[in-house]
Design a protein around this ligand. Structure first.
Ligand code: SAH
Ligand code: SF4
Ligand code: F3S
Length: 516
């Protein structure tokens, strides 16, 4: 299918869902109007995944950025950060220049996140701030993209209350940025292009990476897990994996350019390869192949416990450039809650997985994500989360109060837990998380660790900072020439979240057992 046919087929699909909507917003648009549909986003088609290498900037659009500057504000996860790098790449190919100053920009994009209500509130707050800027500079283009654009309710709210927005486009429409910008310049109406269902992978999109030390590499897109609380499967489409040869080539190129650390990205990286019907090749196989690439560190995020198989554990145990840190979101310690969350594992199965990982990689550092206050969570069930945390001995965690997301099954559940109780639970959990983090950090005192130096510390230019293999932030005294390098640091003092130390010579590091 070529680009035009693809667009027409999407248009046809979208048209039906649009006709079903009650309100008619047609007064606000005349050009492209393809709104999202959560119902369509839920469907998982059987159609083949198509790989495209045909991204091209049309000749007539090559100059549209001349003399103009773009600004992108990114919310949400690494996936969104990486999408911003792609959009920045497209802007640059269109002749735009980048600016960090919002007032200087001719195009402002908000690359949004829909994971929790407060993420969405931040974006609506920011839109409020942008309105006066738009009134002052009518030629300014304001666009909303990312996961929130995939939600019908968000698009409707923008149509009703934020008429000054010029463009809304979805996570599957990033490669259409040149055409969307062009439409927005040509038309006085809001341009909306959000495909709800997309199974394609476009390989040759340009990218401007944010750093030159660490890089993100997508290995797959989308999520088919449909955990009952989560909006991601609706906003990111179905699971689809990039071909291994494309990933390996990208990592090799990054290594050749001098990058020192790669994070492989996917919402559920353990499902990597399940969609290949021509070969048996999973995340373990990919990691085993990437292990041979000459780059010091490779991480991945995020793994789902359900598909974490023995092959992957066996490969990670070979270490080398595969770091001994695994982020393994558990969400809850109660099997009953896990069942209603649709996580498809029990507390016992999770603990068994942790046991296997620790047996294969004894010095592994585990971190996790936890949701408290899921509908009807009892005190006992919450206590089970605390006890699981202790039993696993996670070194750190991201913790959240459950936030209902429109269109997800959990949002329709009755909930008898008050916000006060949810907040108390979060506080108790956070105390435990802090305690365990402090304990994990304390062990580093007196040890020598390998640090990938990222730059000067944010608060003191005389101090450098970087991360260990286990992702601990280290602040230390050292020469500026160490930036971008792997160095050894002796830890003098451990704080709850960071380590302080001094750089040591390679020789000294080899003599002491280097930990990281
Ligand atoms: N794909 C990842 C998660 C991405 S979202 C995974 O499955 O591990 C990051 C985290 O946000 C989730 O792990 C979960 O803890 C949290 N989260 C997702 N939806 C949420 C919701 N509706 N309310 C509160 N937290 C949520
Ligand atoms: Fe959301 Fe679950 Fe998919 Fe993670 S695995 S993105 S929590 S649906
Ligand atoms: Fe947010 Fe979308 Fe990522 S909802 S967490 S930006 S996939």
């Amino acid at each position: 299918m070529n680009e035009k046919q693809r667009l027409e087929s999407q248009q046809a699909k979208q048209q039906t869902s649009f006709q079903k909507q009650e309100k008619d917003y047609s007064q606000y648009f005349q050009t492209v109007y393809m709104p999202p549909s959560l119902k369509d986003a839920r469907k998982r088609g059987r159609e083949e995944i198509e790989y495209h290498k045909d991204f091209e900037i049309p000749d007539e659009l090559r100059e549209i950025g001349q003399g103009r500057k773009f600004y992108i504000r990114t919310y949400g996860c690494q996936m969104n950060e990486h999408d911003t790098e792609v959009m920045a790449g497209i802007f640059m190919e269109l002749g735009y220049r980048h600016t960090e100053t919002i007032e200087d920009a001719d195009v402002i994009l908000l690359n949004t996140c829909a994971i929790r209500e407060n993420a969405e509130n931040k974006v609506f707050g920011e839109l409020g701030h942008l309105k006066p800027l738009k009134l002052e500079k009518p030629d300014l283009l304001i666009g909303v993209c990312g996961c929130m654009s995939q939600e019908e309710s968000v698009v409707n709210r923008i149509l009703q209350k934020h008429h000054f927005v010029d463009m809304i486009f979805g996570t599957h429409n990033i490669h259409r940025l040149p055409q969307i910008l062009n439409e927005a310049y040509m038309s006085k109406e809001m341009v909306i292009e959000v495909w709800s269902k997309e199974g394609d992978i476009i390989e040759n999109l340009p990218k401007v990476r944010m750093g030159n030390i660490k890089a993100w590499v997508n290995i797959m897109y989308g999520c088919d897990k449909f955990c009952t609380y989560c909006i991601v499967p609706y906003t990111r489409g179905k699971e689809r994996s990039r071909r291994p040869e494309d990933i390996i080539q990208e990592v090799r190129q990054l290594a050749a350019q001098g990058y020192k650390e790669i994070t492989l990205l996917g919402q559920n990286v353990n499902a990597y390869g399940k969609d290949f019907d021509d070969m048996e090749y999973g995340l373990g196989d990919l990691m085993d192949d990437l292990r041979k690439v000459d780059i010091p560190r490779i991480r991945f995020t995020t793994s789902h416990p359900r598909d974490f198989d023995d092959r992957l554990i066996e490969v990670l145990a070979k270490k080398g450039n595969l770091v001994e840190h695994i982020h393994l979101p558990v969400q809850s310690g109660s099997s009953d809650i896990l069942k209603i969350m649709g996580r498809v594992y029990t507390r016992e199965q999770f603990l068994e997985l942790v046991r296997k990982i620790k047996a294969a990689i004894p010095d592994v550092a585990l971190s996790t994500d936890i949701i408290v206050g899921f509908p009807n969570e009892t005190d006992e069930q919450f206590e089970e989360t605390l006890s699981l945390y202790r039993e696993v001995g996670f070194e750190t965690a991201y913790t959240f109060i459950y936030s209902p997301r429109e269109g997800t099954p959990a949002a329709r559940m009755k909930d008898n837990v008050s916000m006060e109780v949810k907040k108390e639970r979060l506080q108790r959990l956070n105390q435990l998380v802090n305690e365990f983090s402090a304990k994990a950090m304390k062990k580093y005192e007196g040890q020598i660790v390998e640090v990938l130096v990222e730059g000067e510390s944010k608060t003191n230019p005389d101090i450098l900072s970087g991360y260990t293999r286990k992702n601990k932030l280290v602040n230390f005294k050292g020469p500026k020439s160490a930036i971008g390098q792997l160095v050894h640091v002796k830890i003098n003092e451990a704080k709850t979240w960071t380590l302080d130390g001094v750089m040591v010579e390679e020789r000294e590091a080899v003599e002491v057992n280097c930990n990281g």
